[in-house]
Design a protein around this ligand. Structure first.
Ligand code: ADP
Length: 155
């Protein structure tokens, strides 16, 4: 029997209900779903990587097949290391498409056996982009524990 392992990579700075919507869909589809936080030295993050991981673990603890991890370097190398065959990404609007297409094609060039799967979040989350860019807590768009952490950071 095949065990399907998928990786859902991203910054998750912080995790939003849009991300959770995708995790919930992915959890139903794959045997193991690894939510992988990219350690990116270039970006100016709102939350540190350990803070993001902690929040992700808290809000995904009900799903036994969901794991939260950190990676750096090439995603294809990380996927090989974890034995994953699928990269899961979300597409909200047309504006996401160009960037995601380029990344998926690049990853396919680097590792042809790795398939990128795109999912569309629930409609209310389609307009939701990185909270860090807004710089304000958005009620109903992030899990309650994340809202509290955002509030503490802003005050
Ligand atoms: P990245 O910097 O890699 O885009 P993000 O944390 O912004 O990291 O996003 C990680 C993944 O989650 C991406 O595939 C992105 O398209 C998807 N995503 C971001 N926001 C939402 C949302 N509101 N609903 C569903 N998917 C989303």
């Amino acid at each position: 029997m095949k065990t399907s392992v998928a990786i859902y990579p991203g910054s998750f700075d912080p995790v939003t209900n849009g991300h959770l919507d995708l995790i919930e869909r992915g959890e139903k589809m794959f045997d193991v779903l690894i939510v992988a936080v990219l350690r990116n030295a270039e970006k100016q993050p709102l939350f540190t990587v350990p803070e993001r991981v902690e929040m992700l673990r808290e809000v995904t603890k009900e799903w036994r097949s969901v794991e939260v991890d950190v990676f750096d370097g090439l995603l294809v190398d990380y996927a090989r290391k974890r034995g994953a065959a699928v990269i899961l990404r979300g597409i909200r609007a047309v504006s996401d498409y160009e960037y995601e297409l380029q990344m998926a094609l690049m990853n396919r060039k680097l590792e042809p056996r790795l398939e990128t799967v795109f999912m569309i979040p629930g409609e209310p989350y389609s307009y939701l982009s990185a909270i860090a860019q807004h710089g304000a807590p958005l009620k109903g768009l992030v899990p309650a524990i994340v809202e509290a952490r955002l509030r503490a950071k802003m005050s």
